[in-house]
Each structure stands twice: as C-alpha cells, then as structure tokens.
Ligand binder design. Structure first.
Ligand SMILES: [Zn+2]
Length: 72
C-alpha cells in the first residue's frame, strides 16, 4: 500500500555522516544491518547504521512551528 512507506536515514557507523535516505516499506524496515557503505567522510567502507527519519523530521517540525514570542 502506498503511504505505508517510511524514510530511513542511512549513516556511517563510525562518524554518523548521513550517506543517503531510503524509502522502505514499514514491514520491511530493518534498522540493524550488516551492510557496508562507502563513507565519503571516512573515505572507507564502514558498517552502516540506520535510523527512522520521521523522528528527526517530527522534532524539526516542532521547532519550526514553535510560536515566536510576540510580547515586547
Ligand atoms: Zn564515516
């Protein structure tokens, strides 16, 4: 079903540089993998780590919509 996808951020397991964001089906979501990715920061193959992008986005949205002080 469309809409049942979620965004996963793929990061370097060593320096946490964001490598890519990928769309996966929720039921196929795997946050632990043994895959290796090329990290442009480390300039080496590194174990990848994954995190759900939604959590970050939710935090950013919350910050963006935080009401600015209009007093004073
Ligand atoms: Zn790295």
């Amino acid at each position: 079903m469309p809409g049942d996808m979620m965004t996963i951020v793929q990061m370097c397991g060593v320096c946490r540089t964001e490598i890519a964001t990928i769309q996966v089906k929720k039921e196929n979501m795997m946050l632990s993998t043994t895959a290796k990715v090329w990290c442009p920061n480390c300039k080496a193959q590194r174990p990848e780590i994954r995190d759900a992008a939604g959590r970050l986005a939710a935090i950013q949205t919350e910050v963006a919509t935080y009401p600015k002080s209009d007093a004073g």
